[in-house]
Design a protein around this ligand. Structure first.
Ligand SMILES: NC(=O)c1ccc[n+]([C@@H]2O[C@H](COP(=O)([O-])OP(=O)(O)OC[C@H]3O[C@@H](n4cnc5c(N)ncnc54)[C@H](O)[C@@H]3O)[C@@H](O)[C@H]2O)c1
Length: 255
């Protein structure tokens, strides 16, 4: 799938990995709908010029995501929604049993699953239905979906039961979704980032961030959002990538 001249929906585009991906795809000649719960998405879209439009919305809402998909179809001027890079998500930390012996909050667990896992399925199903209507390329390709898992899907740490389960679900959906959507010429991939320098990670104390950077075999630093965006661009343009989860982590294995 070419980026140049095609239209992409980026969720979580007000911040971090999503914002960097929107920037990269526009600089490669693509058009983007920047979607986020946060209104900050408007200034990000304005900064990217005529190739970008903003769309406020919650990834767990059918109406909001349908509107985001339709905004992308409209922006495409007849070419259709070519791809989605789904970055919106939340991090959460909670122990199964607290220090005082009380069990973890069930609603908080369900909320993380609802946003990270159900939200991903919601974006994927609505985007795929729109992509299935696209005219196929010479090779029969109609679209590509790039989801965001996490290395926590594979090596989750203490307190990450909800986050790890949600991201393992995202990783687990890659292959069945790719298999099913192959008949429409739509590819599905996921990126599992290690630790990246984004506002999400800025919430952790400096010492903890330094320890995480030191735990990366090479390079000994946190990932930069544009390194995620470059992999998303490669997945979009490389038709052989399908049904897989790619770790992007400098070799880190969380302890
Ligand atoms: N930063 C990291 O180290 C890291 C590592 C592994 C995975 N990830 C994953 O990458 C993705 C992007 O993370 P980031 O670091 O850029 O975080 P971030 O907090 O900078 O950006 C996430 C964006 O998602 C938006 N969002 C949250 N809930 C939403 C909802 N219900 N509907 C619409 N938008 C919503 C937020 O408003 C925010 O702008 C997340 O799924 C995260 O779990 C990040």
């Amino acid at each position: 799938m070419e980026v140049n001249g095609n239209t992409f929906l980026i969720t979580g585009a007000a911040s971090g990995l999503g914002a960097a991906t929107a920037e990269r795809l526009v600089s490669a000649g693509g058009k983007v709908v920047l979607c986020d719960l946060s209104d900050a998405v408007r200034s990000h879209a304005e900064a990217l010029g005529d190739s970008a439009v903003a769309c406020s919305g919650d990834i767990t809402s059918q109406e909001d995501m349908q509107a985001a998909v339709e905004a992308a179809v409209e922006l495409s001027e007849g070419r259709g929604l070519a791809g989605v890079v789904h970055c919106a998500g939340v991090v959460s930390v909670a122990k199964l049993v607290n220090r005082d012996g009380t069990p973890a909050d069930l609603d908080a667990y369900a909320k993380t699953i609802q946003i990270n896992l159900v939200g991903t399925f919601n974006v994927m199903r609505l985007a795929a239905a729109a992509m299935a209507k696209n005219p196929p390329s010479d090779e029969g390709e109609r679209g590509v979906i790039v989801n965001t898992a996490s290395v926590a899907a594979f090596d989750g740490q203490v307190g990450q039961c909800a986050y790890s389960a949600s991201k393992a679900g995202v990783a687990g959906m890659s292959l069945p979704a790719a298999r099913e959507l192959s008949r429409h010429g739509v590819r599905v991939m996921a990126i599992a980032p290690g630790v990246f320098e984004t506002p999400m990670m800025a919430e952790i104390p400096d010492e903890a961030a330094a320890a995480l950077a030191a735990a990366v075999p090479f390079p000994k630093r946190l990932g930069k959002p544009d390194e995620f965006a470059r992999l998303a661009e490669q997945i979009i343009t490389n038709t052989m990538l399908n049904g897989e989860v790619i770790r992007l982590d400098g070799g880190i294995r969380m302890q």
